[in-house]
Ligand binder design. Structure first.
Ligand code: SAM
Length: 290
């Protein structure tokens, strides 16, 4: 098989091939063709991938390429590629390199001047985002959070005021703790979506404010099984009274009883450190009954 754009080259191409995340019908026709035509498939777990290859009747040999051998063994694949063999890289599910091995091999291949060709397909974060109903024009993928609560909360703190939609992968046995920490750091009202078992029989896409989503998962042990993606709406600037905080509101209210609006806003700003214009606007809205 000749790599597109590499017809005169004697070097093989590295194909990065997405495989299904549950539903085998999501295997693309192009992925099947590439996997049949290459000389070798570099797979995260050869036993796991062998079953997939048997299902599709693909006889191509498999070789292990996982996080423990990728750096060292990568050179073996590079040697094959330089000798003219086409190689496909797959992971256990979805798109390689996305919270999966492959980064070092792709880097090594590109550094050696080997053409790297993506064969796109299923990816859990994109599947979840496409159906979650949260803003999708800008988002960030945070991968897996640390397993322990202290580390997890520290990471969540870093993205607390991130305005783009946040996407996380999480293991089922940690999903409840994860949602508890998210509720604590992001607040109970932040909209969130749990994407569970996507493309599979018990697919769930549940969208609720974080406190309700946590309660939903807590109250149903089935929701603590299977594979999950958590999406959280990005931070948005609080508006109206919420913008100034409870203490500033209390001070402003007290002063408004004693003096004119403009003076109350100025004095409340001096006392609380909150911007005068913001306090003035809140006081004005209050006066208008907004
Ligand atoms: N490379 C994969 C991809 O493209 O999405 C991700 C591999 S990562 C090791 C596995 C994690 O992806 C799971 O723990 C889960 O967070 C997410 N995931 C994979 N399949 C999923 C599915 N069918 N539904 C929901 N999440 C899934």
């Amino acid at each position: 098989m000749t790599a597109p754009g590499a017809s005169n080259s004697t070097t093989g191409a590295l194909y990065v091939v997405a495989t299904p995340i549950g539903n085998l019908d999501d295997m693309s026709a192009r992925a099947l063709k590439v996997l049949r035509d290459v000389s070798l498939i570099a797979a995260e777990d050869t036993r796991h991938s062998l079953r997939l290859m048997q299902h599709f009747g693909i006889p191509t040999p498999l070789a292990a390429c996982h996080e423990h051998n990728e750096r060292e063994e990568g050179s073996r694949f590079i040697t094959r590629l330089l000798a003219g063999d086409n190689v496909a890289l797959i992971s256990d599910a979805g798109t390689p390199l996305i919270s999966d091995p492959g980064y070092h091999l792709v880097r090594q291949a590109r550094a050696a001047g080997i053409q790297v060709i993506p064969v796109p397909g299923a990816c859990a974060l994109i599947a979840a985002l496409s159906a979650a109903g949260l803003p999708s024009d800008r988002f960030i993928f945070e991968g897996f959070l640390p397993a322990k609560s202290v580390g997890r909360k520290a990471r969540l703190e870093l993205v607390k005021e991130e305005p783009r939609t946040l996407i996380f992968y999480e293991a089922p046995h940690r999903i409840l703790e994860c949602l508890q920490d998210m509720e604590e750091i992001f607040g109970p009202d932040r909209p969130a979506v749990l994407g569970r078992e996507l493309t599979k029989t018990f697919e769930t896409l549940k969208g609720l404010p974080l406190s309700e989503l946590r309660a939903f998962v807590e109250g149903d042990s089935n929701q603590q099984r299977g594979e999950c993606v958590v999406l959280v709406a990005g931070w948005s600037e609080p508006e109206g009274e919420d913008a100034i905080g409870a203490e500033a509101r209390r001070v402003l209210d007290l002063l408004l009883e004693e003096m004119p609006l403009k003076r109350a806003a100025a004095l409340a700003a001096e006392i609380t450190g909150v911007r005068k214009n913001l306090l003035y606007q809140v006081a004005l809205d209050k006066q208008k009954g907004v």
